[in-house]
Ligand binder design. Structure first.
Ligand code: G4P
Ligand code: NA
Ligand code: NA
Length: 193
């Protein structure tokens, strides 16, 4: 997505080997016009899938997920994160390991908000190692809901998340695909080939 790539070039900051800081429009300050444009783009990409619900994880997935829900006119549910696993009868839960932070988080969604009639589109801000998305997929399975696809704002193709999802035959669409960071600059997949 041209608009997003331009914004990443303008405002993204490469930190160390493999992290892109996008605090200016996605992870701290949020640009609602850009979020709305991304929501429309996800709608264009998944409109034939008869989506009934958007799922994400708090907190940074919420902004793009809500604007995607607006484009589809369907509810948006964000999984809540918590440290210790207190299993509850009324919740579906999964464990998510963060490679970046080297901790296990637990995510959960109330059984009230997802069921076997749902056709789900998962939205997240970053696809890195894919652990957050895998956690959501576990919850979707527990609910016997149908996964229709995964929409990602920024994918880093050099980490293993994309490969994991492709191996499971999942329809993944990323609005920006980063092939590498070279000398502190972002190299997108198209430029790379
Ligand atoms: P994974 O979910 O793909 O396995 O990612 P990983 O464990 O490596 O990342 C942990 C957290 O870091 C996630 O946010 C993820 O979105 C975020 N992240 C991964 N790569 C980048 C990056 O290059 N830039 C930025 N800004 N974030 C990145 P989280 O812990 O769930 O936090 P939240 O922001 O959603 O609250
Ligand atoms: Na996230
Ligand atoms: Na994040």
């Amino acid at each position: 997505m041209q608009l997003l790539e331009e914004r990443i070039k303008k405002d993204g900051q490469v930190l160390g080997e493999d992290v892109l800081k996008v605090d200016n429009f996605l992870n701290h300050q949020v640009d609602p016009d850009l979020m709305a444009a991304m929501g429309e783009e996800f709608y264009r990409l998944f409109k034939d899938a008869h989506i009934t619900k958007i799922l994400t994880v708090e907190s940074s997935g919420i902004a793009p997920a809500v604007l995607t829900g607006l484009a589809f006119h369907v509810p948006v549910v964000f999984a809540r994160k918590h440290k210790s696993l207190t299993l509850q009868d009324n919740m579906y839960s999964a464990t998510v390991y963060s490679y970046t932070k080297k901790v296990n988080n637990h995510i959960s969604i109330s059984k009230k908000f997802i069921d076997e009639n749902d056709r789900v589109l998962v939205i997240d801000d970053f696809l890195a190692n894919g652990q957050a998305v895998e956690g959501l997929l576990e919850i979707i399975e527990q609910a016997n809901a149908q996964l229709e696809g995964v929409g990602i704002v920024i994918e880093k193709t050099f980490q293993k998340g994309r490969e994991l999802l492709d191996a499971r035959g999942i329809h993944v669409e990323s609005l920006a695909r980063i092939a590498a960071f070279e000398n502190g600059e972002v190299v997108f997949v198209e430029d790379h080939q």
